[in-house]
Design a protein around this ligand. Structure first.
Ligand code: ADP
Ligand code: MG
Length: 680
């Protein structure tokens, strides 16, 4: 048995189906058996016809009463069959299935599985699958339902899967060491694979799933931690000099750093001075002051004769960083420049040239920095801001522009510890858990739709006092199904009906970068009173004069995202407000609104968000750069994740490079992850 063999050699797979399977990412036998069902249908327990409820999918066992009739109906054909069991009769119908003509024998028992319609007591089942009574292909068992592609049917894939599983049955080599199987009461790989596709009972599926989730999380965790070890042990990085003092920058600041900022700077300083390359994640709530931390680190690198690169997710943000950096660092003779796709060709050429000659010390920019023609003289430090917009791939790509430069990743999305370990397991973590003093908390109110008038009055009052407002709506285009207001309609309503006397503009993610920058710039300069926006403003833009944000359909957002959005106000000296307009009366909605109103602590909010929504939604807005799990669900499987993390740490403590005999299999798993990984 050869797991790497091409799927085309599996029974039932012709050239056509090879292509369809490839579309699903299935190329080899191994891929096939690791293609797990999306869900299951229990087609093992029959129901009496008389008890069938309208709309439900059921299995019935019934005797065929008459010959299948084949009726023509407006270009289609319809097949009809009368069946009955002890409790009643049922009409079964299909469309365009003429081949069924001679399939059924009158008086014989069959099993049918399909959707029931009960029209005033007249029971029909439409387009069911079926088996002869003794057979169990489509019915009589728990049936896996796979995620599919157009043109490949469940039946076909199931047949292929059965053929594939038959080839490997009982022959799969165990992938987890015995001691792990025993300690964590996990079933062997053969049982797990078989039962994940065709469980005898739902409880077998649970057992199989647990084993596969454990393996998936363990191999990811081990891979990330090994990566971290390898940064530390093998590669030599830059040892920045102790003589380059971050305090030069600190002394220029118009404020005192918080304890948390100082602690984090110490951690970074130590990392930078050591020869091991720094790979550090800096987490800190919105407004906690991460930018100055980046500035101090960049300064240190420059003082030691290296260059630094700061990468931000948007041009607006990059420009803002440049301004902040220049304010402080120009006094210290550090040259900072901006590189975004928006700048002129001539200017760009000049920047690239200066950069290569080492005349620019710190380059701040967007994705544009990653481009190939951007070459540094000697890049010593890479900072990426708001990392959830970048994946590891991009991070490493820019790091490759230097020789093992130190890397600092900053994010404002607080992540609970357990998750941070699996999402950023290759990085050391620093946390700023304190906001600068005298920060006014943003007063948050959750209101129902019928308060709109009062909310508008309140917004008006702020604007009359010279402030500016954000109004956030969730979608770009009208989507009737979700009944969300598009930014355009919202804009028109506000501009023409509610606030005709004010300067109202709108901004959304599908605009050209230049248009967006232009609008943000005007908003910053106070030339716009009310900015209607999608979540593009979520990312760190600083407009201290805007002190009020209204979020429409707040129930549609995740808590972490609401918190991010809210962080856009409360950046100046004015008391700031966030008004969450929501619809719906659900318990969860109310609970979520309550959390937002009661705390400004991003970590508390992200924990709650996880609890209330599940990890899928939690990461909905930051999908980029996260590892994709085939079977694990970070939320549901949190208990498994926790035990996996402690076991992974223990294993690597005892056997850092997985050399020991007992860990041979784990080493294989990690190797496998590295070959496919990279998307992490
Ligand atoms: P974020 O962590 O969200 O990126 P910023 O670095 O943009 O936050 O900081 C938010 C604001 O707080 C900025 O205007 C910054 O100058 C200011 N700031 C940062 N640290 C302090 C501090 N220790 N005391 C007072 N203000 C600070
Ligand atoms: Mg920031």
């Amino acid at each position: 048995m050869e797991l790497d063999k091409d799927v085309k050699y599996i029974k039932g797979v012709g050239p056509n189906r090879v292509q369809l399977l490839n579309k699903l990412g299935i190329y080899t036998l191994k891929d096939l058996i690791n293609y797990y069902p999306r869900t299951y249908e229990d087609r093992s327990i029959p129901k009496n016809i008389a008890n069938c409820v309208d709309g439900e999918e059921v299995l019935i066992e019934a005797v065929v009463c008459n010959k299948l009739s084949d009726v023509r109906l407006q270009g289609k054909t319809m097949q009809k069959l009368q069946v009955r069991d002890e409790t009643g009769g049922c009409t079964i119908t299909w469309f365009n299935q003429s081949y069924l003509k001679n399939k059924f024998v009158i008086g014989k028992k069959y099993k049918f599985y399909g959707k029931i319609s009960n029209y005033f007591g007249k029971i029909t089942m439409n387009s069911p699958v079926f088996d002869e009574k003794e057979k169990n292909f489509n019915t009589g068992k728990i049936i896996p339902i796979y995620p599919l592609t157009y043109q490949l049917s469940q039946n076909v894939l199931r047949k292929i899967m059965e053929a594939g599983l038959l080839e490997v049955e009982g022959k799969l080599k165990e992938t987890l060491p015995n001691y792990i199987l025993e300690n964590y009461k996990l079933v062997g790989i053969n049982q797990a694979i078989k039962q994940i596709h065709f469980p005898n009972e739902l409880k077998d599926f649970d057992i199989a799933r647990k084993r596969l989730v454990f393996e998936e999380l363990l191999s990811t965790q081990l891979a990330l931690l090994s990566l971290k070890n390898s940064y530390k042990n093998e590669e030599k990085g830059i040892a920045f000099s102790k003589d380059a003092k971050m305090s030069d920058v600190i002394n220029e600041l118009p404020f005192k750093l918080t304890k948390a900022q100082l602690r984090v700077l110490e951690e970074i300083d130590e990392n930078m001075e050591s020869e091991k390359p720094m790979n550090r994640l800096l987490q800190g709530d919105v407004g906690s002051g991460k930018t100055v931390v980046a500035m101090c680190a960049a300064y240190k690198a420059v003082k030691c004769g290296y260059q630094a690169a700061i990468m931000a997710p948007t041009a607006i943000l990059a420009a803002q960083h440049l301004e902040n950096f220049k304010n402080i660092l120009e006094k210290l003779n550090v040259k900072c420049e901006l590189l975004t796709s928006g700048i002129s060709k001539k200017k760009k050429e000049s920047i690239l040239e200066q950069l290569q000659k080492g005349e620019i010390d710190i380059l701040i920019g967007t994705h544009a920095i990653i481009e190939e023609n951007v070459q540094f003289k000697n890049l010593g430090l890479v900072v990426t801001d708001e990392q959830h917009r970048f994946g590891v791939k991009q991070r490493t790509k820019i790091a490759e522009k230097g020789k093992n430069p130190d890397v600092l990743v900053m994010t404002a999305t607080p992540i609970p510890r357990t998750l941070a370990l699996i999402l950023y397991g290759d990085l050391d973590i620093s946390i700023i858990d304190e906001l600068p003093p005298n920060r006014k908390t943003v007063e948050t109110f959750a209101v129902n739709k019928n308060m709109t008038e009062r909310v508008n009055k309140f917004v008006e009052k702020q604007i009359q006092e010279g402030r500016q407002a954000y109004i956030v709506c969730p979608l770009v285009e009208e989507n009737e199904e979700l009944d969300l207001k598009s930014v355009e309609t919202l804009y028109k309503t506000y501009k023409n009906e509610i606030f005709p006397q004010y300067r109202v503009e709108y901004i959304h993610g599908k605009m050209k970068p230049k248009e967006k920058d232009d609008i943000m710039e005007r908003f910053k300069l106070g030339k716009i009173d009310i900015l209607i926006s999608t979540t593009v403003i979520e990312v760190g833009v600083d407009v201290p004069n805007s002190n009020i944000m209204v979020i429409e359909n707040a129930e549609r957002f995740g808590l972490a995202q609401l918190h991010q959005l809210r962080g856009r106000v409360g950046r100046g000296n004015y008391q700031s407000y966030c008004i969450l307009k929501y619809e719906g009366k659900g318990e969860t909605v109310r609970e979520r609104m309550k959390i937002m109103c009661s705390t400004n602590d991003g970590f508390v909010i992200s924990e709650k968000d996880l609890e209330l929504r599940g990890s899928g939604d939690f990461f909905g807005t930051m999908q980029h750069g996260l590892p994709e799990f085939k079977i694990a669900n970070l939320f549901e499987d949190m208990p498994i994740l926790k035990s996996v993390q402690s076991v992974a740490i223990k294993i690597l403590d005892n056997d850092p490079t997985l050399e020991k005999e007992e860990n041979v299999l784990l080493k294989e798993l990690v190797k496998d992850k590295f070959m496919k990984r990279i998307e992490i």
